[in-house]
Design a binder for this molecule. Sequence first.
Ligand code: ADP
Ligand code: MG
Length: 331
Amino acid sequence: RESKGKLPKYPGLERWTLIEKMGDGAFSNVYRARDNNGQYAECAIKVVRKFEMNSTQGVLHPDFDKKAPKTVERANILKEVQIMRQLDHPNIVQLVDFSESRQYYFIILELCPGGELFHQIVRLTYFSEDLSRHVILQVAEALEYLHEEAGVVHRDIKPENLLFYPTPFIPTKHPKPKAPEDEDKADEGEFVRGVGAGGIGTIKIADFGLSKVIWDSQTMTPCGTVGYTAPEIVKDERYSKSVDMWALGCVLYTLLCGFPPFYDESIQVLTEKVARGQYTFLSPWWDDISKSAQDLVTHLLTVDPEKRYDIKQFLNHPWIREANEPTYAAH
Ligand code: ADP
Ligand code: MG
């Protein structure tokens, strides 16, 4: 166990100086790190402990924790890295490098200095419709690339896996109330400083640990032998894209009101609610949110995957299209 403030030294990672811990998952620790060779800018390093390997040279780590939900299999890590290697999109965290030691995998990633969108929702309670659109549109553009170009489904879209670059200034769409004598002056909107005002710049999708290749982007065919692909496999490919669209709906709902569409203390009850698509636009939190935004959420949180919006339908919805997005600095 690492004590607070003290960063561990990993054999095999001498090239990098760890600066701070940015996150921890079930079996990974993520650090902000500096390249001692000076080749790369600051990066995020996802250190995955090899509790156990599914090969004959497996190591059982002394810190092996019985509470760990499952073991990290070499094949899974390699798949995560393999998939990330193929991806190149401004709204997807870039893979920089990959290496491993006897006890750990090291996934070197583009650093997202803002951290998780999750923490930003907690900080701000909920997002305005404009800020929600600014965020969800970027996630959708990454999904469009994944689904339509790369042939990849993410399968774990959630606010913890959406990272961001903060912007020092964000233009808000709502102009400041003007004094009567200024009424005829040009309206430039209001510029608010700081992350606390919602300064979210570029959003990046992270964590491809559960992602899957469903479509060969080279040949534009389903994975596997073409003429022999069963209909359920072809359908399965469509269904798995719709899994990301459901999650996109959950994220949009959460951004707009500050709490998720489905929640219950009991996992059984929660599972039932999700299976039935049992959610509401709870008053008073949803009272002032536009009908158009609610309509879009409804089309994503549709139980029947055949009827659920796909990425194209999402991008064509009036709530997305009829807004004039202000311009933001790109990363
Ligand atoms: P896990 O599979 O354990 O969930 P993630 O890839 O989601 O691993 O990383 C865990 C956490 O580490 C993220 O939720 C985030 O807080 C932080 N993190 C991961 N990658 C980055 C990155 N590139 N930049 C900044 N923080 C990151
Ligand atoms: Mg994660």
